[in-house]
Design a protein around this ligand. Structure first.
Ligand code: NAD
Length: 260
């Protein structure tokens, strides 16, 4: 059984990453929490995890927009928990505008956090996984790694790139007990989607609940958002004993969005 393997979950101070961290810790994994939180709330979260689940936990607020920030995160994880056996690349950001009006700074930022950080982190932890003969890379991509939507040039480019990176990592490490997979959620109820709900509510003059229903209904046959815990449960499954040969896969959890 693999349930004592240390896991680094990027962007685990909020939303999907936080749910993944809870699920892995509940499953017995030591967890490195990470995200742009102030040190006090980071320390509080770390204590809450250690108390609730009785596993070792660390916290890092490394900004992973740069290669140096990613290296810092790997070093802090090693110090807190030892070598990373499970890497969950979850941290991600969004900005919406038409491609011909997209600010360069937002483009670079999204590519850095949603794509390049996953590469730098994987590059730096895979040698330890290979030495151990066991490892898991779980990339939280998106349906936007499989299909496109208007006004999401950088996000779609980064997420399609992340799906491609996942497949390469799966092939390169198929002989080393390491799997790499991409989870592709549709709409998940987290702070990331709130600005899009607010924008519809204000332009259409409707309530938040009506705006959420409209946003989800535009793309998903199932008119409901996915719970962050569902992504946690799938991640735990990917780290478990029956997912040994599940690698290089693109796994939609999207209420039928990409079935169309
Ligand atoms: P969120 O905004 O709730 O959380 C994002 C996390 O990333 C936070 O912990 C934040 O601190 C961290 N982060 C952002 N920029 C960072 C940086 N520069 N350095 C370090 N940490 C940084 O978002 P979420 O909805 O939970 O999204 C998590 C992942 O799931 C993202 O990759 C997102 O693209 C993907 N996703 C979300 C949805 C959705 O509907 N919410 C759908 C598909 C995919």
């Amino acid at each position: 059984r693999n349930n004592n393997k240390p896991a680094l979950v990027t962007g685990s101070t909020s939303g999907i990453g936080l749910a993944i961290a809870h699920t892995l810790a509940r499953g017995g994994h030591p967890v490195m929490l990470h995200g742009l939180a102030d040190p006090q709330s980071g320390a509080r979260l770390q204590r809450e995890f250690a108390d609730s689940y009785g596993v070792s936990c660390g916290f890092s607020d490394a900004d992973i927009t740069t290669e140096g920030g990613c290296q810092q995160l790997v070093a802090e994880t090693r110090e807190a928990l030892g070598n990373t056996a499970i890497l969950v690349n979850n941290a991600g950001i969004q900005f919406t505008a038409a491609a011909h009006e997209f600010p360069a700074e937002q483009w670079h930022r999204i590519i850095a956090v949603n794509l390049s950080a996953a590469f730098f982190l994987a590059r730096d932890v895979i040698p330890d996984m290979r030495a151990e003969g066991w490892g898991r890379v779980v990339n939280v991509a998106s349906v936007h790694g499989m299909v496109a939507s208007a006004n999401k040039a950088a996000y779609c480019a980064a997420k399609h790139g992340l799906v491609g990176l996942t497949k390469v990592l799966a092939l390169e490490n198929a002989d080393s007990g390491i799997t790499a997979n991409a989870i592709c959620p549709g709409w998940v109820e987290t702070p990331l989607i709130q600005p899009q709900i607010d924008a519809i509510a204000s332009t259409e003059g409707i309530t938040g609940d009506e705006a959420r229903a409209r946003l989800v209904g535009e793309k998903q046959p199932m008119p409901r958002t996915t719970h962050p815990e569902a992504i946690g449960a799938l991640t735990l499954y990917l780290c478990g004993e029956f997912a040994d040969t599940l690698t290089g896969a693109t796994l939609p959890v999207d209420g039928g969005w990409t079935a169309q």
